[in-house]
Ligand binder design. Structure first.
Ligand code: SF4
Length: 123
């Protein structure tokens, strides 16, 4: 039985935080607004990457990663909610990221694919 993306169940079961290490997760304007609404300044958690912004790392880890996990979990970026589902630019299609060691344990729904395509449009 596969787990839904939103459950994050494989991450919890394997105590994995691999995608929070040296993260390159892009941020939409909406992500930045939502996280800023928690009281963080944009420069505390985002870095410019060309025309866009992405999550900031501190000591090689996402600034929001703590020993107890993500400290803004309910407010995390849309890309983190969808990961390990990503859009492969060379294949021009959504794939499960090879960097996630437990990617085969996630089941992908049509709504996840639609959300990913909407996210790509926003980025
Ligand atoms: S790398 Fe995969 S299993 Fe590990 S925390 Fe990220 S999504 Fe979860």
């Amino acid at each position: 039985m596969k787990s839904s993306l939103e459950s994050g169940e494989p991450c919890v079961r394997h105590r994995c935080v691999k995608c929070c290490i040296e993260t390159e997760m892009p941020l939409t304007e909406e992500d930045i607004r939502r996280i800023s609404g928690l009281g963080y300044k944009a420069e505390e958690f985002s870095v410019r990457d060309g025309e866009k912004f992405r999550l900031k790392n501190k000591f090689g880890r996402c600034v929001f990663l703590t020993d107890e996990g993500c400290k803004i979990y309910a407010f995390r970026p849309e890309g983190c909610r969808l990961y390990p589902l990503v859009f492969d630019d060379s294949l021009k299609k959504p794939v499960l990221d090879e960097l996630c060691p437990y990617r085969e344990e996630f089941g992908i729904k049509r709504s996840d694919l639609e959300r990913l395509l909407r996210l790509i449009e926003k980025l």
